[in-house]
Ligand binder design. Sequence first.
Ligand code: PLP
Length: 447
Amino acid sequence: MTVTLDVTTPNELSLEALWMPFTANRAFKKAPRLLVEAKGMYYTSADGRQILDSTAGLWCVNAGHCREPIVAAIQRAAATLDYAPAFSMGHPTSFELASRLADMLPGDLDHVFFANSGSEAVDTALKIALAYHISRGQPGRARFIGRVRGYHGVGFGGISVGGIENNRKAFAAQLLPLVDHLPATHDLARNAFSRGQPTAGKELADSLETLVQKHGADTIAAVIVEPVAGSAGVLVPPVGYLERLRELCTKHGILLIFDEVITGFGRLGASFGTEYFGVQPDLMTVAKGITNGAVPMGAVFVRRGIYESVLSAVEAGIEFFHGYTYSGHPLAAAAGLATLDVYREEGLFARAAELAPYWEAAVHSLRGSPNVIDVRNLGLVGAVELASRDAKVGARGADVMAECFANENLLIRVTGDIIAMSPPLIVEREQIDQIVERLGRALRRVS
Ligand code: PLP
């Protein structure tokens, strides 16, 4: 299939060669949705429409699109130091970014390992957990505990600890062997239409105690959860749940990993989920908002004691046999520093907190729209769950997304029949109203 691009170029564009990720390729290529420019809260589509971005791209453009200071920093970096080897060599920007990030983090969570994506950050964190236990003479602690409906990217580590069946089943023959899962926290029967954290379900964390009894604490390296599960459809943790998980991990010497690829960098109205919930993990993964989505980057934040233990277990030489050609890449590091400046100078995390009640009221106004069986929210994240059509999970959600894009100039994200929204933190109240009005109209048109 070819399409004519009438904004950037009159040339025909062939869609054939590209195998698109997490996309129904055949359906997309019959009805393509192409974005050619972005600014602030809007994308420009190939047919010249202004599309209101209710998803910050893919949960990453927290400061809004094409922000000048970030663009300028990337341009400067590209012209000054395009690349520096990441192994046994350094460049100042990556050290500076690591220090700035460490200053933002609570307690002794003050060492940073750079990767290039959330998936890489997750695999790195899992390896650090194993290396830590080995460094303390406990190599038997090798098991990971994830959670049903968790999403931790697409590496073999990430899909093993992740709990989204579609992402695992084709690769089941080669998943990590020592993995178990906590139950999902989402419970529509008890918690539908919760505003903020649902009240029921704290006891679901006690399943960790059951897994400890089953496998033995001395076989478990780490528990990994998203503080708020994002990709599976915005599953907000019940009140007290994360606190309980922390308690049990501490009791049993199990590392707690928070995957904050989505909840990091202001999404909940605090710098990170750890700050929002007041629960400190031992390791934390981030990506996306770290560079405002402008250059790929991921990172793992590590407690000092873990870093020191791994280093001191080795007499000399390389202490941790892991890293990426592009760990701390100069363009990503420059984008990261400029992004942190924008977040701070514009007070965007506090802005998200201030807007959160308005956002909550707006998304919950969709209760009562056709097929809506739940609405939920936290910070500047919201989800509207639709009843699935008989035996066709995801069909209604896909139609709503297509309808929003084609006829409402609105970008939303869908997981199955759950619509997820997470606008850039620069969103205005008026734009929140528009998001909800446009989605509401689309819901009324899609049967
Ligand atoms: N972890 C979480 C919680 C995520 O939401 C994502 C992506 O959405 C990832 C990991 C994977 O990130 P990436 O797509 O950058 O590999």
